[in-house]
Design a protein around this ligand. Structure first.
Ligand code: ZN
Length: 339
């Protein structure tokens, strides 16, 4: 009961990359970089196990950015001539690469880190990939001329990588779709269709993570415009409940999302965010257990997985470690309290 996990990313150690950044520069190159990535992955696996987490990740230590870390391995993209584009429904501008030819994989994207993680933990292993809608919202299009068509093309590539990750021994494959909260109606239709294409043929557990983003300024400013109650989830949770995706990772603690919206995910495993990633204040185990208690009003015990609201990538490493510990201890406390 209450197997706990994290959304996916963790801070990169200072010897691997710049710290406290969403898009850090690597500190090494070539063989040294490969070794540093491996060492960082091992460090975070151990830290997650020590904290008592049940489903662990590679902490995304081998990629610079959660979307572009995958796009690096895709052919048909011009990364030399980046263009300025409003993303997440124009919430902020970003310099993005553009699609200029049919998309195809250059080879495997995440084989090395998945195999290293698998070889060094007996815990269940989750692996994250960017969702098709979020990719489409983070890249310019000079070829497909249609967002849905391009999303389906990316979904096919994600599916190839996901099948290979499953063969590497990954237990859970999660697609990160923060764009769902920016395009709520499209999320319910082609957003979910594209996810279905991405999970085709998988036998492992499948998940989608939908959040209000990291605690960066553009997101904090946007959240201030959303009012007292954040009801974005309401638009597409019923469609997700009817989908073939098995798990949904969502925000809860310190979020303005009304907790009763979790009831719309009937039949799904719900990964409840009990750790705030936009604040450096570390939750107490009692607070974590209390958030689990709130979620229990809307999610059955056996379907509830305590989790973080989002990734911990841009956070201070010591705070991230303490937050993992609070998550593990809070879940343990909740097991006693609500058994
Ligand atoms: Zn997130």
């Amino acid at each position: 009961m209450f197997e706990c996990t994290l959304a996916g990313s963790l801070p990169k150690p200072f010897w691997l990359a710049e710290t406290n950044k969403l898009w850090p520069q690597w500190k090494a190159s070539g063989r040294e970089l490969e070794i540093a990535k491996r060492d960082a992955t091992l460090f975070w696996l151990k830290a997650q196990e020590d904290a008592g987490l049940d489903i662990v990740t590679d902490g995304e230590q081998s990629r610079q950015h959660f979307v572009h870390g995958f796009l690096e391995f895709v052919d048909g993209i011009d990364t030399e001539h980046k263009v300025k584009m409003g993303i997440r429904n124009n919430r902020y501008d970003a310099m993005v690469p553009k699609v200029i030819a049919p998309l195809k994989m250059k080879g495997r994207a995440h084989q090395a880190e998945a195999r290293i993680a698998r070889a060094h933990t007996r815990k269940k292993l989750k692996f994250t990939l960017p969702g098709p809608m979020t990719i489409v919202d983070t890249i310019a299009d000079d070829y497909y001329g249609d967002r849905v068509k391009m999303a389906m093309a990316f979904a096919e590539l994600l599916n190839q990588e996901a099948r290979a990750l499953e063969a590497d021994g990954v237990d859970v494959i999660q697609f990160d779709e923060p764009a769902f909260n920016a395009f709520t109606e499209e999320a319910a239709t082609w957003g979910i269709d594209a996810l279905h294409r991405a999970i085709e043929g998988l036998k492992c557990t499948t998940a989608v993570h939908i959040c209000y983003g990291y605690g960066i300024k553009a997101n904090l400013d946007w959240k201030r415009t959303l009012g007292e109650e954040w009801r974005q989830y309401e638009a597409f949770f019923p469609a997700l409940a009817g989908s073939r995706i098995q798990q949904v990772s969502l925000e809860c603690h310190h979020s303005h999302v009304p907790p009763d919206l979790m009831a719309l995910l009937k039949g799904k495993d719900v990964l409840v965010g009990v750790i705030d990633v936009a604040s450096d204040i570390v939750e107490t185990p009692e607070e974590v257990a209390a958030t689990i208690g709130t979620a229990l009003k809307f999610v059955p015990k056996e379907k509830l997985y305590p989790c973080t609201n989002c990734g911990l990538a841009p956070m201070d490493r010591e705070i991230a470690l303490q937050k993992l510990e609070a998550l593990g201890k809070g879940a343990a406390l909740a097991r006693k309290k609500y058994a």
